[in-house]
Design a protein around this ligand. Structure first.
Ligand code: FAD
Ligand code: DLZ
Ligand code: SF4
Length: 507
């Protein structure tokens, strides 16, 4: 007999390790361990979600006839790591070896490959593109642009295809998306699930062990099994999907979810299958229930961005998370951990992160990410923060988004230019600025929006790196046309702001 390892983000009935083993003979190993619960200080909601979903998945396997050796966190024999649990279970069952599906993080891939046991790693085929597919596509290309990869994935999956042409004649309908924040949101957000006995027991455990981590545990409302996750998905497809595209980039003080799907955590843990989700969303379009701009935009996020960032993570290797192409080294300010700030956009994005373990893409990219990049925060610290605070964060998907897309620390593998903006963009897409202590209209002066100052400071200090970038020439021309005294004021006020930030003052 062999052991079959199932990790906390591998909760899929069709997992390759389960398909390739035998429930009459082999034993599934699942383990809640401190090693996984503490490699970063995860948000308590994320830990509770993982443990509750693991317990329910294990029960489902047992009901299906599997023998499951499940270790709870408070089990006195718990060795504290996945490797330790495999070694312990191997001698307990006299197993010949361990079969597992490739983990989503180099740290764990390396730990398993060093086990003093006979191991067999299988590919994780819950994705549309295999590692080989990505390599084949990337081979010989100077630039790995997501848009071209996405077209390949459309062809491969046949999603939104009309023969060999894209549905409606265009591959990408983003032109119709990205409207500013609406006055009213007619979707009531993700379907909440009241905790059952399994979840309550986990919540008590997490409260006791991880209550001091950043993040609010209760109210806990996440789905914790495949059936609930599908109910949530159906609810969103019916009521949220139709306007998903229109308001994808909008942000509001009083609405944390807008029309977003909030399925990242369910997809990444394995409770939902990405291809099936996209097929269901396409069906809604074919049935006339949602417009093409929403459906194409959503499918692009899943078979485009999600698959693409995974390809980059595995292609670039374990040192990707250490990259720091712009040499940024400032410490992550306390405001990212809930410390006081006068910047309303940051305060709101962090507060909802703290309460929900969720912020949507534009909050992550254009508020907390944009600020970290402009202020020159150390990418390793930013990476650790994002990995800890979001319920959907696993390194294969988080690191390319943070190190690559958001911070340009990979020197432009993912982004052809840095995603930076002054306060104007946030003002256009949200209602944050109206209730901020700073004035978005002010470019200099005591009340000037810090994004306005830091934007130019960033461009000025990285001139050597970006001046020649054809997509950024315009920004430098605008800067150069400003009169010199004004440029000096901007730079000195920006430096003053950064000094205050460094000194831990409230900014
Ligand atoms: P929606 O906005 O409804 O989008 C639907 C789905 O598309 C998402 O659930 C996700 O699976 C996929 N998707 C969308 N954009 C991306 C993207 N850029 N990369 C990969 N998948 C994408 N996503 C994670 O799953 N885990 C992370 O740890 C993570 N960290 C991020 C950090 C930064 C700095 C940025 C800019 C983005 C990050 N993303 C991450 C991508 C994206 O922000 C989240 O997937 C999304 O906000 C999750 O919310 P949602 O489920 O409501 O997604
Ligand atoms: C995120 C997480 C947490 C908090 N705890 C566990 C755990 O106790 N046991 C487990 O098998 N998995 C856990 N996970 C998910 C893993 O961290 C994840 O499998 C790896 O990071 C690889 O993606
Ligand atoms: Fe953010 Fe500047 Fe707007 Fe304040 S004024 S909310 S700091 S963009």
């Amino acid at each position: 007999m062999r052991l079959v390892l199932v990790l906390g983000d591998q909760l899929s009935g069709g997992l390759s390790a389960l398909r390739k083993t035998d429930k009459q003979r082999d034993v599934v190993v699942m383990a809640e361990v401190m090693g996984e619960a503490t490699y970063v200080a995860h948000h308590p909601k994320k830990i509770a979600f993982t443990f509750a979903a693991m317990r329910k998945f294990a029960k489902g396997l047992q009901d299906d006839g599997w023998q499951v050796a499940y270790t709870r966190l408070d089990d006195p024999d718990n060795t504290g790591s996945i490797a330790g649990e495999l070694i312990r279970r191997c001698s307990e069952y006299g197993a010949k070896g361990v079969v597992y599906t490739e983990p989503g993080e180099w740290r764990l891939i390396n730990a398993l490959s060093e086990l003093p046991l006979k191991t067999h790693q299988l590919p994780d085929d819950r994705f549309v593109a295999s590692h080989q597919d990505f390599e084949d596509w990337a081979e010989g290309r100077k630039q790995l642009r997501m848009e071209y990869f996405y077209r390949e994935m459309r062809r491969k999956t046949n999603l939104l295809m009309d023969g060999d042409q894209p549905e409606g004649g265009k591959w990408n309908y983003d032109h119709d998306n990205r409207k500013p924040a609406p006055d009213q949101v007619d979707y009531d957000g993700p379907l909440p699930f009241a905790p059952d006995d399994v979840v309550e027991e986990v919540l008590d455990l997490v409260e006791e062990r991880f209550g001091d981590n950043f993040g609010t545990l209760r109210p806990f409302w996440f789905a914790t099994d495949g059936e609930q996750a599908r109910q949530h998905l159906n609810h969103w497809i019916r009521d949220g999907l139709p306007k998903f595209g229109d308001f994808q980039d909008a942000m509001l003080n009083d609405n944390r979810f807008l029309y977003h799907s909030i399925i990242g955590l369910y997809l990444n843990a394995g409770l939902l299958n990405p291809l099936e989700v996209c097929q269901q969303v396409e069906e809604a379009y074919r049935d006339g229930l949602a417009p093409l701009n929403a459906v194409e935009g959503f499918i692009r996020q899943i078979i485009g961005w999600r698959e693409y960032v995974r390809g980059i993570y595995f292609r670039e290797g374990p040192d990707y998370v250490d990259r720091n192409a712009l040499g940024h080294d400032r410490k992550l300010p306390a405001m990212y951990w809930g410390g006081q700030t006068k910047m309303n956009c940051i305060a709101k994005s962090v507060a909802q992160t703290q309460e929900e373990a969720y912020a949507h893409h534009i909050q992550r990219l254009m508020v907390t990410g944009n600020f970290a990049l402009l202020a020159g925060i150390d990418p390793a610290e930013v990476h650790e923060w994002y990995l800890a605070v979001y319920a959907d964060a696993y390194e294969w998907v988080e690191a390319p988004n943070v190190i690559g897309m958001s911070l340009f620390a990979d020197d432009g593998i993912i982004a052809s230019k840095p995603y930076i903006s002054s306060g104007n963009y946030i003002h256009k897409m949200s209602d944050y600025c109206g209730s901020c202590a700073y004035r978005v209209q002010d470019k200099t002066g005591a009340d000037a929006c810090p994004f306005n100052l830091l934007y130019w400071h960033f461009l000025d200090r990285h001139r050597g790196r970006f001046e020649g970038n054809p997509r950024m020439g315009n920004m430098y021309r605008v800067w150069d046309r400003m009169d010199e005294a004004r440029r000096d004021t901007v730079l000195s006020e920006a430096s003053l702001f950064l000094d205050k930030l460094e000194a831990g003052q409230i900014v």
